[in-house]
Ligand binder design. Structure first.
Ligand code: ADQ
Length: 456
Protein backbone atom coordinates (compact mmCIF):
# COMPACT_ATOMS: atom_id res chain seq x y z
CA UNK A 1 0.00 0.00 0.00
CA UNK A 2 1.43 3.38 -0.96
CA UNK A 3 2.04 5.81 1.84
CA UNK A 4 -0.05 8.97 1.88
CA UNK A 5 1.56 12.38 2.34
CA UNK A 6 -0.93 15.13 3.12
CA UNK A 7 0.20 18.75 2.80
CA UNK A 8 -1.84 21.69 4.02
CA UNK A 9 -1.16 25.16 5.35
CA UNK A 10 -1.87 24.09 8.93
CA UNK A 11 -1.52 20.62 10.36
CA UNK A 12 -3.96 19.04 12.73
CA UNK A 13 -1.94 17.15 15.33
CA UNK A 14 -3.84 14.03 16.45
CA UNK A 15 -5.45 14.64 19.82
CA UNK A 16 -5.50 12.33 22.80
CA UNK A 17 -8.70 10.30 23.10
CA UNK A 18 -9.96 12.43 25.99
CA UNK A 19 -10.15 15.47 23.72
CA UNK A 20 -12.17 13.53 21.13
CA UNK A 21 -14.78 15.59 19.38
CA UNK A 22 -12.70 18.74 19.31
CA UNK A 23 -11.14 17.83 15.96
CA UNK A 24 -12.97 18.67 12.73
CA UNK A 25 -14.39 15.97 10.45
CA UNK A 26 -11.82 16.72 7.76
CA UNK A 27 -8.92 16.18 10.16
CA UNK A 28 -10.49 12.99 11.48
CA UNK A 29 -10.92 11.60 7.94
CA UNK A 30 -7.43 12.51 6.79
CA UNK A 31 -5.88 11.17 9.98
CA UNK A 32 -7.70 7.86 9.48
CA UNK A 33 -6.25 7.51 5.97
CA UNK A 34 -2.81 8.56 7.21
CA UNK A 35 -2.98 6.03 10.03
CA UNK A 36 -3.83 3.20 7.62
CA UNK A 37 -0.95 4.05 5.32
CA UNK A 38 1.47 5.12 8.10
CA UNK A 39 1.60 8.45 6.36
CA UNK A 40 2.88 11.96 7.01
CA UNK A 41 1.04 15.25 7.39
CA UNK A 42 3.24 18.22 6.53
CA UNK A 43 2.58 21.94 6.96
CA UNK A 44 3.08 25.14 8.93
CA UNK A 45 3.15 24.85 12.72
CA UNK A 46 1.24 28.13 13.11
CA UNK A 47 4.33 29.49 14.94
CA UNK A 48 6.73 32.21 13.88
CA UNK A 49 10.52 32.14 14.05
CA UNK A 50 12.83 35.12 13.51
CA UNK A 51 15.07 33.22 11.07
CA UNK A 52 14.08 29.84 9.61
CA UNK A 53 17.02 27.46 9.74
CA UNK A 54 15.46 24.33 8.28
CA UNK A 55 14.13 22.87 11.52
CA UNK A 56 11.28 20.41 11.04
CA UNK A 57 9.34 19.38 14.11
CA UNK A 58 8.34 15.71 13.90
CA UNK A 59 5.70 14.22 16.15
CA UNK A 60 4.32 10.72 16.08
CA UNK A 61 0.90 9.83 17.44
CA UNK A 62 -0.99 6.69 16.79
CA UNK A 63 0.74 5.69 13.53
CA UNK A 64 0.70 9.21 12.04
CA UNK A 65 3.74 11.44 11.69
CA UNK A 66 3.21 15.17 11.62
CA UNK A 67 6.04 17.29 10.28
CA UNK A 68 5.77 21.04 10.78
CA UNK A 69 7.91 24.05 10.05
CA UNK A 70 7.76 27.55 11.50
CA UNK A 71 7.52 30.60 9.25
CA UNK A 72 9.26 33.95 9.50
CA UNK A 73 7.13 37.02 10.35
CA UNK A 74 7.54 38.37 6.80
CA UNK A 75 6.31 35.02 5.40
CA UNK A 76 3.24 35.09 7.61
CA UNK A 77 2.50 38.66 6.57
CA UNK A 78 3.00 38.18 2.82
CA UNK A 79 2.02 34.56 2.23
CA UNK A 80 -0.69 33.92 4.83
CA UNK A 81 -2.22 37.29 5.76
CA UNK A 82 -1.28 38.65 2.34
CA UNK A 83 -1.62 36.53 -0.79
CA UNK A 84 -3.73 33.75 0.74
CA UNK A 85 -6.16 35.83 2.80
CA UNK A 86 -6.15 39.28 1.17
CA UNK A 87 -5.77 38.26 -2.47
CA UNK A 88 -6.93 34.71 -3.22
CA UNK A 89 -9.63 34.28 -0.55
CA UNK A 90 -11.63 37.41 -1.47
CA UNK A 91 -11.13 36.97 -5.22
CA UNK A 92 -12.19 33.32 -5.16
CA UNK A 93 -15.27 34.33 -3.13
CA UNK A 94 -16.20 36.87 -5.82
CA UNK A 95 -15.20 39.86 -3.62
CA UNK A 96 -12.98 41.76 -6.00
CA UNK A 97 -13.81 44.90 -3.99
CA UNK A 98 -11.85 43.41 -1.07
CA UNK A 99 -9.06 41.87 -3.15
CA UNK A 100 -5.63 43.42 -2.64
CA UNK A 101 -3.02 43.00 -5.35
CA UNK A 102 0.42 43.57 -3.84
CA UNK A 103 3.57 42.46 -5.55
CA UNK A 104 5.21 41.50 -2.25
CA UNK A 105 2.30 39.23 -1.35
CA UNK A 106 2.85 37.24 -4.55
CA UNK A 107 6.58 37.01 -3.88
CA UNK A 108 5.98 35.82 -0.32
CA UNK A 109 3.52 33.22 -1.58
CA UNK A 110 6.04 31.80 -4.03
CA UNK A 111 8.80 31.90 -1.41
CA UNK A 112 6.77 29.93 1.14
CA UNK A 113 5.67 27.39 -1.49
CA UNK A 114 9.37 26.93 -2.32
CA UNK A 115 10.16 26.50 1.33
CA UNK A 116 7.43 23.90 1.73
CA UNK A 117 8.76 21.97 -1.28
CA UNK A 118 12.40 22.10 -0.18
CA UNK A 119 11.59 20.85 3.30
CA UNK A 120 9.11 18.24 2.17
CA UNK A 121 11.12 16.66 -0.64
CA UNK A 122 13.67 14.85 1.59
CA UNK A 123 10.75 13.18 3.41
CA UNK A 124 9.09 11.84 0.26
CA UNK A 125 9.64 8.25 -0.90
CA UNK A 126 9.23 7.24 -4.56
CA UNK A 127 5.93 5.37 -4.14
CA UNK A 128 4.21 7.97 -1.92
CA UNK A 129 0.94 9.56 -2.97
CA UNK A 130 1.04 13.29 -2.26
CA UNK A 131 -2.21 15.15 -1.58
CA UNK A 132 -1.96 18.95 -1.39
CA UNK A 133 -4.81 20.97 0.12
CA UNK A 134 -6.20 24.37 -0.66
CA UNK A 135 -5.47 27.78 -2.03
CA UNK A 136 -2.40 28.45 0.10
CA UNK A 137 -0.43 25.84 -1.83
CA UNK A 138 -1.56 25.90 -5.45
CA UNK A 139 2.00 26.05 -6.93
CA UNK A 140 3.42 23.38 -4.60
CA UNK A 141 3.09 20.48 -7.07
CA UNK A 142 5.19 22.30 -9.65
CA UNK A 143 7.81 23.18 -7.02
CA UNK A 144 8.03 19.53 -5.98
CA UNK A 145 8.36 18.46 -9.63
CA UNK A 146 11.17 20.97 -10.17
CA UNK A 147 13.00 19.28 -7.26
CA UNK A 148 12.61 15.91 -8.94
CA UNK A 149 9.38 14.44 -7.53
CA UNK A 150 7.95 11.84 -9.91
CA UNK A 151 5.17 10.82 -7.51
CA UNK A 152 1.46 11.02 -8.21
CA UNK A 153 0.50 14.40 -6.78
CA UNK A 154 -3.07 15.64 -6.31
CA UNK A 155 -4.55 18.98 -5.30
CA UNK A 156 -7.94 19.70 -3.74
CA UNK A 157 -9.40 23.21 -3.59
CA UNK A 158 -11.74 23.69 -0.61
CA UNK A 159 -13.05 27.07 -1.81
CA UNK A 160 -14.84 27.98 -5.07
CA UNK A 161 -12.97 28.41 -8.35
CA UNK A 162 -14.10 31.78 -9.73
CA UNK A 163 -15.43 32.43 -13.25
CA UNK A 164 -12.77 33.33 -15.80
CA UNK A 165 -13.99 36.93 -16.10
CA UNK A 166 -13.10 37.44 -12.42
CA UNK A 167 -10.04 35.24 -12.28
CA UNK A 168 -8.23 37.11 -15.05
CA UNK A 169 -8.08 40.19 -12.81
CA UNK A 170 -5.37 38.38 -10.85
CA UNK A 171 -1.94 39.52 -12.10
CA UNK A 172 0.05 36.50 -13.31
CA UNK A 173 -3.10 34.35 -13.40
CA UNK A 174 -1.72 32.18 -16.21
CA UNK A 175 1.50 31.57 -14.31
CA UNK A 176 -0.49 30.28 -11.34
CA UNK A 177 -2.68 27.92 -13.37
CA UNK A 178 0.28 26.62 -15.38
CA UNK A 179 1.89 25.54 -12.10
CA UNK A 180 -1.32 23.70 -11.19
CA UNK A 181 -1.07 21.61 -14.34
CA UNK A 182 1.90 19.83 -12.76
CA UNK A 183 -0.58 17.89 -10.61
CA UNK A 184 -2.01 14.56 -11.75
CA UNK A 185 -5.44 15.24 -10.25
CA UNK A 186 -7.14 18.56 -9.43
CA UNK A 187 -10.30 18.36 -7.33
CA UNK A 188 -13.05 20.92 -6.79
CA UNK A 189 -16.09 20.95 -4.53
CA UNK A 190 -18.65 21.44 -7.30
CA UNK A 191 -19.20 20.92 -11.01
CA UNK A 192 -19.61 24.68 -11.33
CA UNK A 193 -16.06 25.29 -10.06
CA UNK A 194 -14.77 22.45 -12.21
CA UNK A 195 -16.40 23.90 -15.32
CA UNK A 196 -14.98 27.36 -14.61
CA UNK A 197 -11.51 25.87 -14.31
CA UNK A 198 -11.82 23.80 -17.49
CA UNK A 199 -13.13 26.84 -19.36
CA UNK A 200 -10.14 28.89 -18.21
CA UNK A 201 -7.67 26.19 -19.26
CA UNK A 202 -9.21 25.93 -22.71
CA UNK A 203 -9.90 29.58 -23.48
CA UNK A 204 -7.06 31.38 -21.71
CA UNK A 205 -4.25 28.83 -21.71
CA UNK A 206 -5.11 27.16 -24.98
CA UNK A 207 -5.04 23.70 -23.38
CA UNK A 208 -6.92 20.84 -25.00
CA UNK A 209 -9.81 19.80 -22.78
CA UNK A 210 -11.25 16.37 -23.42
CA UNK A 211 -14.14 15.77 -21.01
CA UNK A 212 -12.48 16.11 -17.62
CA UNK A 213 -8.92 15.62 -18.83
CA UNK A 214 -6.68 18.57 -19.62
CA UNK A 215 -3.83 18.06 -22.06
CA UNK A 216 -1.16 20.74 -21.85
CA UNK A 217 2.49 20.80 -22.87
CA UNK A 218 2.78 17.04 -22.95
CA UNK A 219 1.03 16.41 -19.63
CA UNK A 220 -2.45 15.04 -18.95
CA UNK A 221 -4.24 16.19 -15.83
CA UNK A 222 -7.54 14.87 -14.54
CA UNK A 223 -9.88 17.47 -13.04
CA UNK A 224 -13.10 16.52 -11.30
CA UNK A 225 -15.67 17.48 -8.66
CA UNK A 226 -15.30 15.75 -5.28
CA UNK A 227 -17.87 17.28 -2.92
CA UNK A 228 -16.66 17.01 0.67
CA UNK A 229 -18.97 15.44 3.26
CA UNK A 230 -19.23 15.31 7.04
CA UNK A 231 -17.91 12.50 9.19
CA UNK A 232 -21.43 11.14 9.48
CA UNK A 233 -20.77 8.31 11.92
CA UNK A 234 -18.60 10.36 14.25
CA UNK A 235 -20.98 13.33 14.21
CA UNK A 236 -24.26 11.48 14.65
CA UNK A 237 -22.71 9.43 17.50
CA UNK A 238 -22.73 12.65 19.56
CA UNK A 239 -26.46 12.08 20.00
CA UNK A 240 -25.71 9.79 22.91
CA UNK A 241 -23.20 12.12 24.58
CA UNK A 242 -23.92 13.95 27.81
CA UNK A 243 -22.23 17.12 26.50
CA UNK A 244 -24.52 17.23 23.45
CA UNK A 245 -27.63 16.68 25.55
CA UNK A 246 -26.57 19.35 28.02
CA UNK A 247 -25.91 21.80 25.20
CA UNK A 248 -29.35 21.08 23.72
CA UNK A 249 -30.94 21.60 27.13
CA UNK A 250 -29.09 24.90 27.63
CA UNK A 251 -30.79 26.27 24.53
CA UNK A 252 -34.18 24.72 25.15
CA UNK A 253 -34.44 25.90 28.74
CA UNK A 254 -33.09 29.39 28.12
CA UNK A 255 -35.29 29.96 25.07
CA UNK A 256 -38.40 29.21 27.17
CA UNK A 257 -40.61 27.87 24.41
CA UNK A 258 -39.51 30.31 21.74
CA UNK A 259 -38.64 28.84 18.34
CA UNK A 260 -34.90 28.96 17.80
CA UNK A 261 -33.14 29.93 14.57
CA UNK A 262 -29.42 29.18 14.60
CA UNK A 263 -26.43 30.35 12.58
CA UNK A 264 -22.93 28.90 13.12
CA UNK A 265 -20.06 30.32 11.11
CA UNK A 266 -16.49 31.42 11.29
CA UNK A 267 -16.67 35.22 11.36
CA UNK A 268 -15.94 35.80 7.68
CA UNK A 269 -17.40 38.19 5.11
CA UNK A 270 -18.09 35.28 2.75
CA UNK A 271 -20.64 33.88 5.19
CA UNK A 272 -23.21 36.62 4.55
CA UNK A 273 -23.63 37.61 8.19
CA UNK A 274 -24.64 41.30 7.78
CA UNK A 275 -27.21 40.24 5.17
CA UNK A 276 -28.48 37.57 7.59
CA UNK A 277 -28.75 40.02 10.51
CA UNK A 278 -30.53 42.47 8.26
CA UNK A 279 -33.02 39.78 7.20
CA UNK A 280 -33.68 38.85 10.84
CA UNK A 281 -34.34 42.51 11.69
CA UNK A 282 -36.71 42.82 8.74
CA UNK A 283 -38.42 39.56 9.67
CA UNK A 284 -39.22 41.01 13.11
CA UNK A 285 -40.45 44.23 11.46
CA UNK A 286 -42.74 42.27 9.14
CA UNK A 287 -44.04 40.02 11.93
CA UNK A 288 -43.81 42.01 15.19
CA UNK A 289 -46.07 39.49 16.94
CA UNK A 290 -43.32 36.87 16.46
CA UNK A 291 -40.57 38.81 18.27
CA UNK A 292 -41.55 37.29 21.60
CA UNK A 293 -41.85 33.83 20.07
CA UNK A 294 -38.58 33.61 18.15
CA UNK A 295 -34.93 33.63 19.17
CA UNK A 296 -32.03 33.99 16.75
CA UNK A 297 -28.70 32.64 17.97
CA UNK A 298 -25.59 33.39 15.95
CA UNK A 299 -22.36 31.69 16.95
CA UNK A 300 -19.41 33.26 15.15
CA UNK A 301 -15.87 32.96 16.52
CA UNK A 302 -13.53 35.61 15.10
CA UNK A 303 -10.98 34.44 12.52
CA UNK A 304 -8.05 36.06 10.68
CA UNK A 305 -8.01 39.02 13.07
CA UNK A 306 -4.80 40.39 11.51
CA UNK A 307 -6.66 41.23 8.31
CA UNK A 308 -8.44 44.62 8.24
CA UNK A 309 -11.59 43.46 6.46
CA UNK A 310 -12.17 40.92 9.25
CA UNK A 311 -11.86 43.61 11.93
CA UNK A 312 -14.35 45.72 9.99
CA UNK A 313 -16.98 43.02 9.64
CA UNK A 314 -16.68 42.19 13.32
CA UNK A 315 -17.38 45.80 14.27
CA UNK A 316 -20.24 45.98 11.75
CA UNK A 317 -21.94 42.90 13.20
CA UNK A 318 -21.59 44.09 16.76
CA UNK A 319 -23.31 47.32 15.90
CA UNK A 320 -26.03 45.59 13.84
CA UNK A 321 -26.81 43.11 16.64
CA UNK A 322 -26.90 46.00 19.12
CA UNK A 323 -29.27 48.03 16.92
CA UNK A 324 -31.65 45.14 16.23
CA UNK A 325 -31.78 44.17 19.89
CA UNK A 326 -31.93 47.78 21.12
CA UNK A 327 -35.07 48.45 19.10
CA UNK A 328 -36.86 45.23 20.06
CA UNK A 329 -35.71 44.02 23.47
CA UNK A 330 -37.85 43.97 26.58
CA UNK A 331 -36.54 43.66 30.14
CA UNK A 332 -37.02 39.92 29.90
CA UNK A 333 -36.56 39.37 26.16
CA UNK A 334 -33.67 39.75 23.73
CA UNK A 335 -34.34 38.61 20.15
CA UNK A 336 -30.73 38.05 19.04
CA UNK A 337 -27.96 36.28 20.93
CA UNK A 338 -24.70 36.94 19.20
CA UNK A 339 -21.82 34.87 20.56
CA UNK A 340 -18.19 35.38 19.47
CA UNK A 341 -16.81 32.04 20.52
CA UNK A 342 -16.31 28.56 19.11
CA UNK A 343 -17.67 25.43 20.76
CA UNK A 344 -16.58 21.78 20.76
CA UNK A 345 -18.27 19.78 18.03
CA UNK A 346 -20.34 17.68 20.39
CA UNK A 347 -21.85 20.83 21.90
CA UNK A 348 -22.53 22.20 18.43
CA UNK A 349 -24.46 18.99 17.78
CA UNK A 350 -26.71 19.80 20.75
CA UNK A 351 -27.19 23.42 19.63
CA UNK A 352 -28.13 22.34 16.10
CA UNK A 353 -30.57 19.80 17.46
CA UNK A 354 -32.32 22.34 19.66
CA UNK A 355 -32.87 24.73 16.74
CA UNK A 356 -36.05 24.70 14.65
CA UNK A 357 -34.29 26.43 11.78
CA UNK A 358 -30.66 26.28 10.58
CA UNK A 359 -29.86 29.50 8.77
CA UNK A 360 -26.87 28.97 6.46
CA UNK A 361 -26.68 31.86 4.05
CA UNK A 362 -23.15 32.46 2.72
CA UNK A 363 -22.73 34.81 -0.22
CA UNK A 364 -20.28 32.24 -1.61
CA UNK A 365 -18.96 29.03 -0.09
CA UNK A 366 -16.94 26.14 -1.47
CA UNK A 367 -19.14 23.60 0.30
CA UNK A 368 -20.25 24.65 3.83
CA UNK A 369 -20.14 21.81 6.30
CA UNK A 370 -22.33 23.58 8.85
CA UNK A 371 -25.34 23.02 6.56
CA UNK A 372 -24.58 19.29 6.48
CA UNK A 373 -23.92 19.10 10.23
CA UNK A 374 -27.22 20.85 10.97
CA UNK A 375 -29.18 18.25 8.99
CA UNK A 376 -27.16 15.35 10.45
CA UNK A 377 -27.93 16.53 14.00
CA UNK A 378 -31.71 16.60 13.60
CA UNK A 379 -34.14 14.19 15.25
CA UNK A 380 -35.74 12.34 12.30
CA UNK A 381 -39.10 12.24 14.08
CA UNK A 382 -39.23 16.01 14.51
CA UNK A 383 -36.52 17.59 12.34
CA UNK A 384 -35.77 21.27 11.96
CA UNK A 385 -35.62 23.03 8.60
CA UNK A 386 -32.45 24.05 6.79
CA UNK A 387 -32.53 27.42 5.02
CA UNK A 388 -29.59 27.34 2.62
CA UNK A 389 -27.99 29.85 0.28
CA UNK A 390 -28.10 28.92 -3.38
CA UNK A 391 -24.43 30.02 -3.48
CA UNK A 392 -23.09 27.34 -1.09
CA UNK A 393 -21.58 24.27 -2.76
CA UNK A 394 -23.74 22.19 -0.39
CA UNK A 395 -26.86 23.37 -2.26
CA UNK A 396 -26.10 20.85 -5.05
CA UNK A 397 -26.62 17.93 -2.68
CA UNK A 398 -29.04 19.29 -0.04
CA UNK A 399 -32.14 19.62 -2.17
CA UNK A 400 -34.49 19.29 0.81
CA UNK A 401 -33.39 22.70 2.10
CA UNK A 402 -35.33 25.91 1.52
CA UNK A 403 -33.10 27.62 -1.02
CA UNK A 404 -32.51 31.37 -0.66
CA UNK A 405 -30.72 34.16 -2.42
CA UNK A 406 -28.83 35.79 0.49
CA UNK A 407 -28.69 39.11 -1.36
CA UNK A 408 -32.49 39.34 -1.37
CA UNK A 409 -34.08 40.18 1.96
CA UNK A 410 -37.51 39.21 0.57
CA UNK A 411 -36.19 35.74 -0.26
CA UNK A 412 -34.66 35.42 3.23
CA UNK A 413 -37.58 36.72 5.31
CA UNK A 414 -40.05 34.57 3.38
CA UNK A 415 -37.93 31.43 3.80
CA UNK A 416 -37.55 32.09 7.54
CA UNK A 417 -41.33 32.39 7.87
CA UNK A 418 -41.93 29.26 5.80
CA UNK A 419 -39.37 27.30 7.82
CA UNK A 420 -40.87 28.35 11.16
CA UNK A 421 -44.37 27.40 10.00
CA UNK A 422 -43.55 24.19 8.12
CA UNK A 423 -45.78 21.24 9.09
CA UNK A 424 -44.20 18.08 10.51
CA UNK A 425 -44.82 15.81 7.49
CA UNK A 426 -43.09 18.23 5.12
CA UNK A 427 -40.16 18.65 7.52
CA UNK A 428 -39.74 14.90 7.77
CA UNK A 429 -39.97 14.43 3.99
CA UNK A 430 -37.36 17.08 3.28
CA UNK A 431 -35.03 15.75 5.97
CA UNK A 432 -35.26 12.15 4.79
CA UNK A 433 -34.20 13.12 1.28
CA UNK A 434 -31.07 14.77 2.65
CA UNK A 435 -29.99 12.39 5.38
CA UNK A 436 -29.44 9.50 2.94
CA UNK A 437 -27.14 11.65 0.88
CA UNK A 438 -25.19 12.75 3.96
CA UNK A 439 -24.76 9.16 5.12
CA UNK A 440 -23.57 7.92 1.70
CA UNK A 441 -21.52 10.86 0.53
CA UNK A 442 -19.67 11.35 3.79
CA UNK A 443 -16.09 12.45 4.38
CA UNK A 444 -14.67 8.95 3.87
CA UNK A 445 -16.47 8.68 0.51
CA UNK A 446 -14.93 12.00 -0.49
CA UNK A 447 -11.44 10.97 0.64
CA UNK A 448 -11.62 7.51 -0.94
CA UNK A 449 -12.84 8.89 -4.28
CA UNK A 450 -10.01 11.41 -4.36
CA UNK A 451 -7.37 8.87 -3.41
CA UNK A 452 -8.70 6.39 -6.01
CA UNK A 453 -8.43 9.11 -8.67
CA UNK A 454 -4.93 9.95 -7.47
CA UNK A 455 -3.82 6.33 -7.73
CA UNK A 456 -4.90 6.62 -11.39
P1 ADQ B 1 -14.79 27.04 6.34
O1 ADQ B 1 -14.95 28.33 5.60
O2 ADQ B 1 -14.08 27.15 7.62
O3 ADQ B 1 -14.08 25.93 5.43
P2 ADQ B 1 -17.34 25.43 6.93
O4 ADQ B 1 -17.39 24.31 5.97
O5 ADQ B 1 -18.65 26.14 7.09
O6 ADQ B 1 -16.31 26.54 6.56
O7 ADQ B 1 -16.95 24.97 8.42
C1 ADQ B 1 -15.93 24.08 8.68
C2 ADQ B 1 -16.04 23.55 10.13
O8 ADQ B 1 -15.87 24.58 11.09
C3 ADQ B 1 -17.38 22.87 10.41
O9 ADQ B 1 -17.13 21.54 10.77
C4 ADQ B 1 -17.98 23.66 11.56
O10 ADQ B 1 -18.60 22.87 12.54
C5 ADQ B 1 -16.80 24.38 12.16
N1 ADQ B 1 -17.29 25.66 12.69
C6 ADQ B 1 -17.81 26.68 11.98
N2 ADQ B 1 -18.24 27.65 12.81
C7 ADQ B 1 -17.99 27.22 14.05
C8 ADQ B 1 -18.23 27.76 15.36
N3 ADQ B 1 -18.86 28.93 15.50
N4 ADQ B 1 -17.83 27.03 16.43
C9 ADQ B 1 -17.24 25.85 16.27
N5 ADQ B 1 -17.02 25.28 15.08
C10 ADQ B 1 -17.38 25.95 13.99
C11 ADQ B 1 -13.59 25.75 4.11
C12 ADQ B 1 -14.52 26.23 2.97
C13 ADQ B 1 -15.88 25.53 3.05
C14 ADQ B 1 -15.68 24.02 3.05
C15 ADQ B 1 -14.65 23.59 4.08
C16 ADQ B 1 -14.30 22.11 3.95
O11 ADQ B 1 -14.67 27.64 3.03
O12 ADQ B 1 -16.69 25.91 1.96
O13 ADQ B 1 -16.92 23.40 3.34
O14 ADQ B 1 -13.44 24.32 3.93
O15 ADQ B 1 -13.88 21.81 2.65
Amino acid sequence: MSRLVVVSNRVSVPKAQSAGGAQGGLAVALLAALRESRGIWFGWSGEETEAFEGKIDFQRHDGVTTATIDLEPQDVEEYYNGYANRTLWPLFHFRIDLTEFERDFGKGYERVNDRFAQNLIPLVEPEDLIWVHDYHLMPLGERLRSLGAKNRIGFFLHIPWPPTSLFVSLPYHARLVRTMLSYDVIGFQTVQSLDSFLYYCEKELGAEVDGRTIHFEGRSVRADAFPIGVDFEEFTAFEGSGDARQAEQRILSSSRGRKVIIGVDRLDYSKGLPERFDAIGRFFDLHPERTAKTLFIQIAPPSRQDVGSYQEIRAELESMAGRINGARSEVDLVPIRYVNQGYPRRELFGFYRAAHVGLVTPLRDGMNLVAKEYVAAQDGEDPGVLVLSQFAGAADQLDGALSVNPHSHESMTEAIREALDMPLDERVGRWQGMIDNLRQEDVSWWRDRFIAALKG
